[in-house]
Design a protein around this ligand. Structure first.
Ligand code: HEC
Length: 174
């Protein structure tokens, strides 16, 4: 490369640096953070701000009801979707527990009742209850929303159709 070309390279690098510096300064002037007038989190025990839509919002934040979708759910599709579960679960009869318990017959038995698996205390608190499609719908939507403190660290299946297919698959395992 000739020294003339090197000059061009150096000049363009310098220009880029100056542009970056100036835009940084301008950005700082344009966007000045403002403190919120009210704290976003209220200390525990303080009265909750009156909001009549609060309950409605909570209801809307739950998963879609699963009943209508279950009618046309397909266990074969569910089995394919449930591949994401096999990192932690086995599905076959007598399969081993992994990070999570074996799931054969899970819809028949009580919650948190798989022998030889150390369930979380949160899950143990539900012993004696049974899994049903509505509970599984909530669970597979967001495990923490059904059982706070569960050690199933799975983000959930956002699509209701996927949950319906997986529930149909779980129900077929018996
Ligand atoms: C990252 C690991 C992980 C993934 C992925 C995962 N699970 Fe789990 N699962 C767990 C653990 C751990 C538990 C036990 C929870 C506890 O004790 O709190 C559990 C518990 C369960 C239970 C309750 C079992 C019982 O006997 O009551 C069901 C049902 C279940 N998982 C279904 C699924 C399905 C279906 C998927 C895939 C869509 C899935 N899980 C994905 C780790 C996982």
């Amino acid at each position: 490369m000739s020294s003339f070309e090197w000059n061009k390279v150096i000049a363009s690098v310098l220009t880029a640096m100056i542009v970056a510096m100036v835009s940084g300064i301008l950005a700082g002037k344009l966007v000045s953070p403002t403190e919120p007038a009210k704290p976003a989190f209220l200390p525990a025990g303080s009265p909750a701000p009156a909001s009549p839509s609060g309950a409605q919002q909570a209801a809307a934040a739950g998963p879609e009801p699963i009943g209508p979708l279950l009618a046309k759910a397909d266990p074969k599709k569910g089995e394919r979707i449930a591949k994401v579960c096999t990192a932690c679960h086995t599905f076959e009869k007598g399969g081993p527990n992994k990070i999570g318990p074996n799931l054969w017959g899970v819809t028949e038995e009580n919650m948190g009742a798989v022998p030889g698996f150390q369930f979380s205390a949160a899950m143990e608190a539900h012993k004696g209850e049974k899994w049903d499609p509505d509970k599984l719908n909530q669970w597979l939507w967001k495990p923490q929303s059904l059982i706070k403190g569960t050690k199933m660290t799975f983000a959930g299946l956002p699509k209701a159709e996927d949950r319906a297919n997986v529930i149909a698959y779980l129900e077929s395992l018996k």
